[in-house]
Design a protein around this ligand. Structure first.
Ligand SMILES: [Fe+2]
Length: 459
């Protein structure tokens, strides 16, 4: 009996953890106008049984009034709202409705009907929450926002800092006024914040009562305002506009997987109108490292060669997370792109080179907003165990581990010695200076490092 219970528990836990990486949520915009169109869209959304709903603003037409809010929202979506105090049922037991403010929500009494109706995180006008592998950021794009709406505002600074601190696989930013749109309202340049640079993966907005997918500078912008109010025409397509639709009402279904996030736009019939698969942003490491034998401290230049860089976890057994091979420049710099690393998660940076000692960073380093810089050459303390050799004014990775066993010792000296004897030439691991000849200079280098017993130092 105990075994059966244990098995059942294991199965339940497996099921729950899978449900967290694969789940779906709905996205509606410009929907809050009681009537057949909103009813049809809400039925479409409910047919998906989404875990939760986010909204792209204009939740309560026409004027954001207390007297209309429940018939515009609760009548159709009360079963996602907690706490719910309206007249359409009892609401939910946890909140599964995450709206953002639109211009219509602000028209009466500084959005007080909306702010009273919903119980949301933070200051409720803009806030964030995490579900599964996604960090959501609801922004208030209305110019009445007390904390401002330009890219230097208090609100924008909050977003920038919050994105920098996020460790989720995806960061989704959503609000009402789209930075780019081919619809009647068009672009809202004041909302053109540096979302990508700050670490966001996509921006979702409404305001134009259309559906549009825009890919600009390799960044995804969605306009989704067909939630029930009315339908707008398009003007000339903006740069990057990839898909435009405005023949019927609809909503978006988003489904998240271990390594992707898939967006679908459906109209109410229901008919699939767009599909887009978003992959996690690559993490970019700007690395500086020099190899003792290859670096010429007089010219300040290095012989170019490939190295392998690994990211390892900072807790035992220091599991490898990802690795990339890169050709380093003559100034010792390389740009490496990792697919599996997360932001705000520390990793050891480990450099491996075909005839150098494996060298680890002194501590864990985290990507922030998809970027990290690490320079091994600036101080001896940049390497774990101070395992660097000063050459001129630069700290270099020790040369001489020809057989890559983690020790520079007699066996490495012997390998170089053999090649010196036969005057070997070419791209050989025994050529420590990178001049394509294995000669007395190389022997001297490996001999010195063997004499001082240079080994790979790692945690
Ligand atoms: Fe609007």
């Amino acid at each position: 009996m105990k075994i059966i219970t244990a098995l059942f528990l294991t199965l339940s836990i497996t099921f729950i953890s899978k449900a967290q990486t694969t789940f779906q949520f709905a996205i509606i915009g410009d929907y809050g106008k009681a009537g057949t169109n909103e009813l049809n869209v809400s039925n479409l959304v409910k047919s998906w049984n989404p875990e939760f709903i986010i909204t792209l603003g204009d939740n309560n037409y026409e004027l954001g009034e207390q007297s209309t809010i429940d018939t515009n929202i609760g009548k159709y979506y009360s079963q996602f709202i907690f706490p719910y105090t309206g007249s359409y049922g009892t609401g939910d037991t946890v909140n599964r409705f995450y709206p953002s403010l639109g211009n219509h929500d602000w028209y009466t009494d500084t959005a007080s009907a909306y702010l009273n109706y919903f119980s949301l995180p933070g200051n409720e006008r803009y806030y964030d929450f995490i579900k599964g592998n996604i960090h959501f950021f609801a922004i208030d794009s209305d110019p009445n926002e007390p904390d401002g709406v330009d890219s230097n505002s208090v609100q924008a600074l909050w977003l920038k800092n919050s994105l920098a601190a996020s460790s989720q696989k995806f960061n989704l930013v959503y609000f009402h006024h789209p930075p780019y749109s081919s619809g009647q309202h068009g672009n809202n340049p004041y909302m053109n914040w540096p979302f990508k640079r700050w670490g966001a993966d996509a921006v979702l907005a409404g305001h134009d009562h259309t559906y549009e997918r825009i890919i600009l500078n390799e960044f995804l912008y969605i306009v989704n305002g067909l939630g029930g109010k009315s339908i707008y025409t398009f003007n000339t397509p903006v740069t990057g506009s990839a898909v435009r639709y405005n023949n019927n009402y609809g909503a978006m279904l988003a489904k998240t997987y271990e390594d992707s996030l898939v967006f679908r736009f459906y109209t109410v019939t229901p008919t699939l109108r767009d599909y887009y698969k978003l992959l996690p942003a690559k993490k970019t490491l700007l690395l500086t490292s020099l190899i003792e034998g290859f670096y010429d401290s007089d010219s300040g230049l290095s012989v170019m060669d490939t190295i392998k860089v690994l990211l390892r976890k900072t807790v035992s057994p220091y599991e490898e997370v990802d690795s990339v091979i890169v050709l380093m420049s003559s100034s010792g710099t390389g740009t490496l792109e990792f697919n599996k690393a997360l932001n705000s998660t520390p990793y050891y940076v480990v450099v491996k080179h075909r005839n150098s000692i494996e060298t680890w960073s002194s501590s864990g380093n985290s990507f922030s907003a998809n970027n990290l810089s690490y320079d091994f050459t600036g101080a001896v303390s940049k390497a774990y165990g101070n395992n660097l050799k000063l050459k001129g004014s630069k700290y270099c990775i020790y040369s001489g581990d020809i057989n890559q066993d983690g020790y520079i010792d007699g066996s490495d000296v012997s390998l170089v010695d053999n090649d010196v004897l036969i005057s070997a030439s070419g791209y050989l691991n025994t050529d420590l200076s990178g001049d394509n000849f294995t000669d007395i200079n190389d022997l001297s280098l490996v001999d010195n490092n063997s004499f001082t017993s240079v080994i790979a130092v790692k945690p």
